[in-house]
Design a protein around this ligand. Structure first.
Ligand code: AIR
Length: 397
């Protein structure tokens, strides 16, 4: 916090967060024991974080006035969503002399998926082959070089699979490009063995990696995580090395979600998030310091916490399956009576595949997570238990 180290006083340090969704909500929950407080901006009144933060400023992510109010009330600024406007955040921060972590330049790099891939490639971080495309002609050339199928992605603005269009055949070029707004890029389709994620933390002069987790997606939305990832130790070590290199590229303080493909023992970086990430929610119960507390420690300048695994862990997302309609989830008692830890985000509207909550199951702390057979048996049992309680949840009118 300062050169003499962390000092706890009666005046709480305040984090100013752009975005007040579930990530900001879980950040608030994690930092309260450290005596930190959170003020945030979000355009939706009574956003999920509002139930646990000190204050919400109702404002769009690029609203100059809202961001200035945020900077005025905060000691440090950070984000819960990368749709934040880096220019407006930087201006507000400069006006009030408040630091922003990660740096707005990092946000600029990450916001444009093509620029992000260029930055990673320049530093030798392995990524799937990619090309910038604007026209059908560009797409045809890319398909000639990289083959089909391809994944067409909006360079900016997409998340949770929004803005991604698979291109299967030559007849799809025009329709795929028409489906996206603004500049686009294509990537080779990686026929991966599994997807992995590492939450990587960059503090004030120190770094830490969370254990490698396995992520399971359907329809490009994260469904569940399994930790330790069910792969060999050599691959996990490669994933950690890649995550360390990613931190070098990012430079600034904060936690980063590094999403990867594992393909024949090789690791390719899919995407980076400059913030806590859905693939790290399991750390709330699964590691000594969660990704949320770690993010706060990093941006405030406190020492980094230990990321050691407490026990094998499985987390499952609770996604909307209808709507738009008011949220009403039934069948929750079995979950509450099980050993699962529920995290309900308090969103008002259900929409198909919207992230409305998640739950986490942790195994026996005595399981030797380093022993692959033992860890796999433990996570298999957790997955069965998770399926059981998840299967009983149902959204109703
Ligand atoms: N988020 C940010 N980037 C990706 C995701 N999933 C989180 C943030 C943001 C919230 O999702 O916490 O505020 C928005 O969720 P929704 O359901 O309103 O789109």
């Amino acid at each position: 916090m300062n050169e003499q180290g962390t000092r706890l006083t009666s005046e709480p340090t305040t984090l100013g967060v752009v975005g007040g969704g579930q990530l900001c909500r879980m950040l608030c929950e994690a930092v309260s024991p450290l005596g930190l407080e959170v003020v945030f901006t979000d355009p939706t009144p009574d956003a999920p974080a509002n139930h646990v933060a000190r204050e919400q400023i109702v404002a769009e992510f690029d609203d100059e006035e809202g961001l200035k109010k945020l900077a005025e009330r905060a000691d440090v600024l950070t984000y819960d969503i990368e749709l934040a406007d880096p220019d407006a955040v930087e201006r507000a921060a400069d006006e009030h002399g408040v630091p922003v972590h990660p740096h707005p330049d990092t946000l600029r790099t990450i916001q444009d998926k093509y620029v992000q891939k260029e930055a990673l490639t320049d530093e030798g971080v392995p990524v799937p082959a990619y090309r910038a495309v604007e026209t059908v002609e560009d797409l045809r050339n890319a398909a000639d070089e990289l083959g089909l199928p391809l994944m067409l992605k909006a360079r900016e603005g997409g998340y949770d699979g929004r803005g991604n269009v698979p291109v299967e055949t030559r007849d799809d070029y025009e329709e795929a490009l028409d489906a996206l707004e603004g500049p686009a890029m294509v990537e080779e389709f990686v026929d991966y063995d599994r997807e992995l994620s590492v939450i990587a933390a960059q503090g004030d002069g120190e770094t830490a990696l969370f254990p490698v987790t396995e992520t399971v997606h359907e329809e490009e939305i994260l469904r569940r995580t399994v930790t330790p990832a069910r792969t060999d130790e050599e691959t996990r070590e490669t994933a950690r090395e890649v995550a360390r290199d990613v931190l070098e590229v990012m430079g600034g303080r904060g936690v980063y979600g590094v999403e990867m493909f594992e393909d024949d023992g090789e690791i390719l970086v899919n995407e980076i998030a400059p913030r806590p990430h859905n693939s790290g929610h399991w750390t709330i119960e699964g590691t000594h310091v969660s990704q949320f507390e770690q993010h706060a420690r990093c941006v405030v300048g406190m020492p980094i916490g230990t990321t050691a695994l407490r026990a094998p862990t499985v987390s499952v997302n609770i996604l909307g399956d209808g709507g738009p309609r008011d949220v009403s989830l039934a069948g929750v008692d079995d979950l509450l009576e099980s050993r699962a830890h529920l995290h309900w985000y308090g969103k008002e509207e259900e929409r198909p595949l919207r992230k409305l909550g998640h739950f986490t199951l942790t195994g026996d702390a005595h399981t030797d997570a380093e022993d692959e057979d033992e860890a796999e048996k433990a996570t298999d049992a957790l997955l069965r238990e998770a399926d059981d309680v998840h299967g009983k949840l149902r959204f109703e009118e």
